[in-house]
Design a protein around this ligand. Structure first.
Ligand SMILES: [Zn+2]
Length: 233
């Protein structure tokens, strides 16, 4: 696929993903941001301060790996700025050459759990273990500041999804669709974890069964160095 065709496809993909994030209540108002790696040294991402449910592909912005806008832009995005959470996205791309897409959403159930002091427990859902593995909660960082991007730096190499307390989630994947699907699964894990807590005490899956899921993560190449922590409570 030519570079132009790839960029056009990615622009469409990101707009579709933003519309789905909005329709599923994973982002509200102008919140949330999505990016994709464009070649070796560029990132395509959503602009800040705009509603994401009906983004036009030309509203998306291209930046270099330092976060500087590339080229003159087009008639539609010339006066738009990249999302204020761009530094958080750049930290992921710099530290994970395997990552091709990043999604930051305001996943309500997951935020509610972490705000109440619980860690996300992906062991409540087989797909949660398979696609997410361990989901840590970062230290709190004020949005739009380097506090937020700094808060996830140490967690990026060993995880594909991180909770940002009082705020939202960030997920990454080999492409933007995988990053999106991880956001969806993360919120489903949180819903199930919450409902389970309302119904009674969680009946923990046995360690041998969790070990089998860790093996499945290897088989499907989702494995990460943090996987053994799935066996811990
Ligand atoms: Zn946010």
């Amino acid at each position: 696929m030519s570079i132009d065709k790839k960029e056009a496809q990615l622009r469409d993909d990101i707009c579709r993903i933003c519309a789905m994030l909005y329709s599923r209540g994973l982002i509200r108002g102008p919140s949330g941001n999505v990016s994709a790696r464009l070649g070796e040294d560029k990132i395509l991402l959503t602009p800040g301060g705009v509603m994401k449910f009906d983004l036009h592909p030309d509203q998306l912005i291209v930046v270099d790996m330092n976060g500087e806008k590339v080229g003159p832009g087009n008639e539609i995005n010339r006066n738009l700025k990249p999302t204020s959470e761009l530094p958080m996205h750049l930290e992921v791309y710099h530290r994970r050459p395997d990552v091709g897409g990043v999604v930051h959403a305001h996943t309500s159930h997951a935020v509610a759990l972490t705000t109440a002091g619980f860690s996300l427990h992906t062991q409540v859902l087989t797909e949660g273990m398979l696609f997410l593995g361990v989901v840590p909660t970062a230290p709190y960082g004020t949005p739009t500041t380097s506090e937020l991007s700094d808060s996830i730096i140490e967690l990026i190499p060993d995880h594909d999804a991180i909770m940002l307390p009082y705020h939202g989630s960030i997920t990454f994947g080999h492409d933007v669709w995988q990053a999106f699907s991880r956001t969806e699964v993360l919120e489903q894990v949180a819903e199930i974890q919450y409902f389970t807590s309302q119904l009674g005490e969680e009946k923990r899956l046995s360690k041998p069964n969790i070990e089998k899921m860790i093996e499945l993560r290897k088989k499907y190449r989702h494995n990460l160095p943090s996987d053994p922590k799935l066996l811990e409570d």
